[in-house]
Design a protein around this ligand. Sequence first.
Ligand SMILES: *[C@@H]1O[C@H](CO)[C@@H](O)[C@H](O)[C@H]1NC(C)=O
Ligand SMILES: *[C@@H]1O[C@H](CO)[C@@H](O)[C@H](O)[C@H]1NC(C)=O
Ligand SMILES: *[C@@H]1O[C@H](CO)[C@@H](O)[C@H](O)[C@H]1NC(C)=O
Length: 254
Amino acid sequence: MAVSLLGPLVITTLLCMQTLADTSCTDCFVQSRAEYYPNSEVNGTDAGACGFGSFGATINGGDVSAASNLYRNGVGCGSCYQVRCTNNTYCLDNGVTVVITDQGSGDGTDFILSQRAFGGMAQTSDKAPYLLALGIVDIEYRRVSCSYPNKNITIKIDESSSNPNYLAFVIWFQQGMRDITAVQLCETQNFVCKLLDRTHGAVWTTTSPPSGPLSLRMLFSAEDGDQTWVVPSSNIPEDWKAGETYDSGVQVDK
Ligand SMILES: *[C@@H]1O[C@H](CO)[C@@H](O)[C@H](O)[C@H]1NC(C)=O
Ligand SMILES: *[C@@H]1O[C@H](CO)[C@@H](O)[C@H](O)[C@H]1NC(C)=O
Ligand SMILES: *[C@@H]1O[C@H](CO)[C@@H](O)[C@H](O)[C@H]1NC(C)=O
């Protein structure tokens, strides 16, 4: 009698502990420091190391950041973090959500935020100047899902793709909490696929790209090792042009 009552109880307790253990560390905040770009621009920089150009300065309302370790050799480009400063005289509980578009490090910092994002950690716009005056602050951060509810993942062909034998692009509006760790282009006729190189930041390139309309495949990788190839519904047209953007027709939400 005692055993049959205890049995389910023990199992339930173990399940709860398991659930707690699983969620606690993906949700934990990490202690660090942050500063902001010294230039007068309130947004990020057009010259961000990720290679996003002006998109990288103004995406997410200009709440963007350079990362040091979290840049991860470019894999961190396009990922999102919740960043909150910890001085309770000035700082909002929720802080801001920023998108990584650049690489940079300062005095023990993980983030160099845009001024807009740095000031956005303040409780009110009146307190933002006091926060900015500190220059560098203690923060806590955690990875969060990127959300662009009204945007599909979009391919921006880099200006450097000046001849048909060289294709370079960046991926705009990366969504969810996973990294894009590999990209393939496949011919839609005979399914010849080519794996691209990440040359720097978020820039994917290939010499002699496959021909015809191209089907993109992106490998989304989670921290726990889970990997999924996402295949958009729309193709990159045969006559792709440098500087153009192509809507992939797909959203990714986890
Ligand atoms: C800064 O970013 C915001 C939001 O994207 C944009 O509306 C504004 O025009 C940008 N400012 C400059 C100077 O680019
Ligand atoms: C918040 O910052 C102000 C100005 O630097 C400082 O005087 C105060 O002690 C800080 N408060 C906390 C709780 O750290
Ligand atoms: C996203 O793609 C879908 C499917 O192609 C399309 O119906 C929708 O209009 C696109 N959304 C935006 C915001 O472009």
